[in-house]
Design a protein around this ligand. Structure first.
Ligand code: HEC
Length: 162
């Protein structure tokens, strides 16, 4: 158990280091990997479309079946949640959910279900869907910053985007 924890920590450190390296060199992008929509739209008002409708629908089903036992959707749209997660990259959110939820039974869902719940959370926060699925890949997810739409009752974007 203890050894596993250390291994996971080392692995996470390696993943973070790889993400940082990928951020500084565009050549680090895996062949065939879609370029981060965020990279294309940094500084613009339009938001990147990082998940598909069907993925959010799948995420809603996971939410209803598993997460809603303990959570209201306001748990992932309210100001506490936004203060903590807006401005973070999506790998941080995905990995937190994957390694801690369902509470008491973490990591027991297929990774695609975890990605789908993140997609659903993005939808609940008013972010647009598109053609590209949200992956479970740490480097791709790390490259996407959780931003909110400037309209739709979200707090002022300049206090939340960094
Ligand atoms: C058995 C109850 C339970 C289930 C099921 C559950 N959660 Fe949680 N969740 C909690 C509790 C309790 C917390 C707050 C404690 C904490 O932060 O560790 C929490 C916190 C969270 C947070 C906030 C984490 C943070 O650090 O801000 C997110 C996001 C979340 N859950 C998502 C999910 C998703 C998605 C699912 C379904 C896959 C899920 N939870 C299923 C009990 C549960």
């Amino acid at each position: 158990m203890h050894r596993t924890t250390i291994y996971q920590t080392v692995l996470l450190a390696a993943v973070v280091a790889a993400s940082v390296a990928a951020g500084t060199r565009s050549t680090a992008q895996a062949p065939g990997a879609p370029m981060s929509p965020w990279a294309l739209q940094r500084g613009q008002d339009s938001l990147p479309k990082v998940y598909t409708d069907s993925q959010a629908t799948a995420g809603q089903a996971v939410w209803t079946k598993t997460c809603s036992e303990c959570h209201e959707t306001s748990d992932v749209t309210g100001s506490d949640f936004r203060t903590k997660w807006v401005g973070q990259n999506l790998f941080a959110l995905y990995e937190t959910i994957r390694t801690t939820m369902p509470d008491g039974d973490p990591g027991t869902l297929p990774v695609d279900d975890y990605a789908a719940t993140v997609a659903y959370i993005l939808k609940l926060n008013g972010l647009p869907s598109g053609e590209a699925r949200l992956t479970t890949d740490s480097v791709s997810l790390s490259a996407i910053t959780f931003r909110l739409p400037t309209s739709g009752g979200a707090p002022a974007s300049d206090t939340l985007v960094r």
